[in-house]
Each structure stands twice: as C-alpha cells, then as structure tokens.
Design a binder for this molecule. Structure first.
Ligand SMILES: NC(=O)c1ccc[n+]([C@@H]2O[C@H](COP(=O)([O-])OP(=O)(O)OC[C@H]3O[C@@H](n4cnc5c(N)ncnc54)[C@H](O)[C@@H]3O)[C@@H](O)[C@H]2O)c1
Length: 242
C-alpha cells in the first residue's frame, strides 16, 4: 500500500516495489493519477490496483483497505507518501489551514498506520516507511504548520517502532531533503522556493534529489535484509548535515 502513489516520489516507490515483484495498491486523492499509475505497472507485467481516497478521511481509508484486501490480500508493506505542502507567513496561517495540514500529513498517516497494523501483527511480519521531511529537522520559514505536521510523523514513527519491535514489524521514516517532484516544481513556479538549479548548486552533492533516490531507500527499508533497522530516520537529503 503506497499512499500518494499517483505522483512524485510515491509514484516511483510504486514502480520500484512492483519491479521487484510486490503487488501494489496505489492510493491517491486523484483517482485518475492512481488508476494511471496502476495501469502502467500492469502494462510492465506487474500487479497493481489504483484507488481514490483522501487519507484524512478515515472512512474512505477503511473502505480502500477493504477493497485492497479483497483484491490483493493482507497489507504487508505500507509507505505513506501522501502529503500536502503550503507556504504562509506564521501570523497568516488560519485555523482552517492548520487543521487541513495536520489532517492530511499527520492524521492521514495515523489513519493508514492504524488500518494497516492488524494485518502485520496477524502475519508476524511488516515493513512501514513514513515520508516525513528534513524541514522537521532543520525548520523552514513560512512552513510552521507543515513542519509541525512532519515533526509529528517522525514522532509517531518512532513510537510505533518501539511498540511493534517484538512483532516482526519495522517502522522507519525517510525525511527527504529537496527532491525534484511536481510538489517542488509547483512551489518554484509560485516563487515559494528558489530556482531548483540554485538549490541543487547549494546542496553538498550538487544536485537535487530524485524520486528514484527516495524509492531506492524505501525499497531497502522494505526488504527482508532491513529487519534489524527500526525507529530510524534515514536522511535522504544529498548530504545536508542535520
Ligand atoms: N519533494 C520534496 O522536496 C519533499 C521534501 C520533503 C518531504 N516531501 C514529502 O514527500 C511526500 C511526497 O511528496 P512529492 O514531492 O512526491 O509530492 P507530489 O505532490 O508530487 O505527490 C504527492 C501525492 O500525494 C497525493 N495527496 C495529496 N493529498 C492527499 C490526500 N489527502 N490523500 C491522498 N493522497 C493525497 C497527491 O495527489 C499526489 O499524488 C509528501 O508527503 C511531501 O510532504 C517532499
């Protein structure tokens, strides 16, 4: 199960998991994007279903899980990439903006974790990777609500890792640095972040991250071999010291 699998790093995570033989449920707010991603995987010989669900809507998530279990079986791997960004001066953030940010990025993660864990406990095996953000480690101006939501994602990941450690289920987070995805390009177009090429030059490895960089780390954390790694934040950020 990959949330936010219709675009950016979530889409590439779906592709890479499918390429190694996993059956993939692509969940996204956009039905078109989810179905397109699933169809592309099927065309390449993989198995995938695409479903529309808002991760902030618990009943929609529960319904999506029922459908995925019917079509693909119990959930063994969860990657939560669905997320919302927004840039706003701190004093201008409205209660509604705050609530929606927390609802999607943090409660949405909670909803999917809680819907997933019973399958993993029953099977005695599971791999969970949440996508947080390096901004929750460094801070980021005009993103207080986003940064707070992603700090919460790191926290729930660590708490759940400790709780599930004896059960064969690992829970880790990737706080990406600056990754060239549609989300970043939208922010660049609006002038909310500097030119992608400028940021690339300032990054220690001298390039922006790619969805492939994130997906490779996710696939590793979701492998059998990563079974001794849990409760960790794997910083895929091009070498920024945080
Ligand atoms: N791109 C970066 O530099 C960067 C850095 C740090 C963290 N992140 C995080 O990585 C994750 C993926 O971001 P991306 O850059 O691939 O962005 P993206 O916009 O390309 O993809 C995000 C996907 O999530 C889906 N989505 C949004 N809200 C949803 C909801 N309520 N329910 C279900 N699906 C929803 C969108 O439809 C989209 O397909 C996000 O959580 C983002 O906050 C991105």
């Amino acid at each position: 199960m990959v949330t936010g699998g219709g675009s950016g790093m979530g889409l590439e995570i779906c592709r890479q998991l499918a390429a190694r033989g996993d059956k993939v449920a692509v969940v996204d707010l956009s039905a078109t994007a989810a179905e397109k991603a699933a169809a592309a995987i099927a065309e390449s010989g993989g198995t995938a279903v695409g479903l529309r669900a808002d991760v902030a809507d618990r009943s929609a998530i529960d319904a999506a899980y029922v459908s995925v279990r019917e079509q693909l079986g119990p959930i063994e791997i969860l990657v939560t990439s669905a997320g919302l960004d927004e840039f706003c001066d701190f004093t201008e953030i409205s209660a509604a903006q705050w609530d929606r940010m927390i609802a999607v990025n943090l409660t949405g993660t909670f909803n999917c974790l809680q819907a997933t864990v019973p399958d993993m406990l029953a099977g005695g095996w599971g791999r969970i990777v949440t996508i947080s953000s390096s901004s929750a480690q460094s801070g980021a101006k005009r993103m207080a609500h986003y940064v707070a939501s992603k700090g919460g994602v790191i926290g729930i990941t660590k708490a759940l890792a400790v709780e599930l450690a004896p059960s064969g289920v690992t829970v880790n987070t990737i706080p990406p640095g600056f990754i060239d995805t549609p989300m970043v390009r939208r922010a660049e177009d609006k002038g909310d972040v500097p030119d992608v090429n400028l940021i690339a030059k300032q990054t220690p490895v001298r390039r922006a991250g790619t969805p492939q960089d994130i997906a490779a780390a996710v696939v590793f954390l979701c492998s059998e071999e990563a079974g001794y790694i849990t409760g960790q934040a794997l910083n895929v950020n091009g070498g920024w010291y945080i």
